[in-house]
Design a protein around this ligand. Structure first.
Ligand SMILES: Nc1nc2c(ncn2[C@@H]2O[C@H](COP(=O)(O)OP(=O)(O)OP(=O)(O)O)[C@@H](O)[C@H]2O)c(=O)[nH]1
Length: 510
């Protein structure tokens, strides 16, 4: 005890005499599971201009999906620290200190000048904030400038109206620690709900800066302690200046309100209070699309707060998909741009209430395609295929994309796309040529909105070998085509009318 005190004393003395080095500014990004923290970090890294930003990414699960995404954005491991399998505030706090210490050495040689730390969605940020504000040890040259809390505005507004939606100890603390709150997913809420959330937050966290946004797209000087360098007069030069931002020399402007807030009583036992647990599911065999669509539909298990990772389907073997479930059971299924790098696989993290997660693992195991269709079922499958095709053909908005069916597995799904041309009285060539309609983009938008509709239905966007963007759905009983179809019609109509704005009046008079 005496010896450690003496060391601390000597350490402080050494610091007092050492030449002053620059302190590394830090923004801490926190927010509940799936609120959009990694999306914000991606936005920061894609728009950092002259700033040399390092990112530390904490994931509660042993597989760091967010770290993988961020590495993809920066094109490697340089400047990315991954802290997995626990919370920054608890089990990985030692690792975090070491990582920050190593980054300080990089800062000294000018390799980085700002650090953005993303906590896991179940972290209570208070202990991390205290660590980043320590004035001794491995953190003494760090300067915590801003705590940004990202909020899933859709989920919070629903929770404020519906007590049965779960409330988390960590999420409450994340809000109370904030200097800046980003009301993300602005696109999913009405003006009234947005105002309700704003007034709730203003009374919960007085003085906090609140900014609504979509996909974390905010100017960096709102969330980092930087100023924009005024651009030169447009008429003289339209070239970009080499510096877009300057880093504040002293910091401390954006966290004034937080510093005056009483944060005592937070940061304790948040994991046992919230009872969260994570599982990692991996498979080198693909999922069956019908079983996965069934799982997302009727079979989606209770108590899952978040799922994310990579999925791969036997009905679309040439592509890997990123999968997210966040907020009020909103899904995102998007093709991965990098394509099939290594051997294809399914790799998913699920986070939810402890007690439920074994069942989730079992359900995912059941989605793996490991059985051949018995030949006695072949006629049934062909009948279902025909029924679903007739449903699609009967609707003017859609075009069935029938490919050659070489074996029975090709009858297990349908490919179709939204067109809308018949209603607007134009051919696809006219729509493309004269009106600039991009059908592929329109169909991707339809799948994005349907999957994100919180209606537990799903469509797989598939790019056919002839370059046509289609929507794929299983026809198997239990995969829920009829339910998807019901949700799809109004979404398709809306997207078509938005896309065809320039074409003029629809034949139906709308
Ligand atoms: N509709 C909509 N979706 C969004 C928005 N921002 C993010 N998302 C989606 O929300 C899901 C979760 O986003 P992430 O950025 O991974 O969330 P996160 O907070 O990092 O998640 P965890 O680290 O697991 O807690 C993804 O499917 C995003 O594409 C938004 O503004 N609007």
């Amino acid at each position: 005890m005496e010896e450690s005190r003496c060391n601390l004393y000597m350490h402080r003395e050494a610091l007092a005499w050492a030449p002053k080095k620059k302190r590394l500014p830090v923004t801490l990004v926190t927010g509940f599971l799936g609120s959009g923290k990694t999306t914000l970090l991606t936005h920061i890294l894609n728009n950092k201009e002259n700033l040399k930003i390092a990112a530390a990414v904490n994931d509660f699960a042993s597989l760091n999906i967010d770290g993988q995404i961020v590495r993809g954005v920066v094109g490697g491991k340089e400047g990315v620290v991954e802290l997995s399998n626990g919370c920054l505030c608890c089990s990985v706090s030692g690792e975090f200190r070491k990582a920050v210490w190593a980054l300080l050495q990089d800062a000294d040689i000018g390799k980085i000048d700002y650090l953005v730390v993303e906590t896991s969605g179940v972290s209570d940020p208070l202990q991390t904030i205290s660590a980043l504000e320590e004035e001794y040890g491995q953190m003494y040259r760090v300067r915590l400038d801003v705590v940004v809390t990202v909020v899933d505005t859709d989920y919070l507004s629903s929770r404020l109206k519906d007590d049965s939606l779960s409330r988390s100890v960590a999420a409450d603390s994340q809000l109370k620690c904030a200097d800046v709150v980003l009301l993300n997913k602005r696109d999913l809420v009405s003006e009234e709900d947005l105002e309700m959330v704003k007034s709730y937050l203003s009374s919960l966290v007085p003085g906090v800066s609140i900014y609504p946004c979509r996909y974390g797209a905010v100017p960096l000087h709102w969330i980092l302690e930087v100023s924009e360098v005024p651009k030169g007069p447009q008429l003289v030069s339209h070239e970009r200046t080499s510096s877009a931002y300057t880093i504040s020399a002293v910091g401390g402007v954006k966290n004034v309100a937080r510093k005056g807030r009483d944060l005592s009583g937070h940061g304790k036992n948040h994991l046992s209070a919230d009872e969260f647990q994570s599982i990692v599911f991996e498979s080198s065999s693909p999922f069956s699309l019908s079983l996965f669509q069934g799982f997302l539909g009727n079979g989606f298990p209770e108590g899952v707060a978040r799922m994310k990772g990579t999925v791969w389907f036997s009905e679309a073997r040439s592509c890997l998909y990123s999968f997210h479930m966040s907020g009020r059971n909103r899904y995102e299924i998007t093709p991965q741009e990098t394509g099939l790098g290594g051997p294809p696989k399914v790799e998913l993290v699920a986070i939810g209430k402890s007690g439920n997660m074994d069942r989730v693992f079992k359900s995912l195991e059941n989605c793996v395609q490991n059985k051949q269709l018995p030949s006695s079922m072949e006629e049934d499958v062909k009948d279902r295929h025909k029924t679903v095709c007739n449903l699609i053909k009967a609707h003017d908005y859609f075009i069935l994309e029938e490919e050659e069916h070489s074996d029975i597995s090709d009858f297990s799904y349908v490919d179709f796309r939204v067109s809308g041309c018949i209603d607007y009285g134009v051919t696809e060539e006219e729509a493309k040529g004269f009106h600039g309609i991009n059908f592929d983009k329109m169909n991707r938008e339809v799948s994005l909105r349907l999957n994100g509709s919180s209606e537990t239905v799903s469509l797989l966007p598939v790019l056919l070998s002839n370059g046509t963007q289609v929507l794929r759905h299983s026809v198997a009983k239990g995969a829920g085509f009829e339910e998807t179809w019901r949700v799809l019609i109004p979404i398709a109509e809306k997207v078509v009318s938005e896309t065809f704005k320039s074409v003029g009046v629809c034949k139906c008079g709308r």
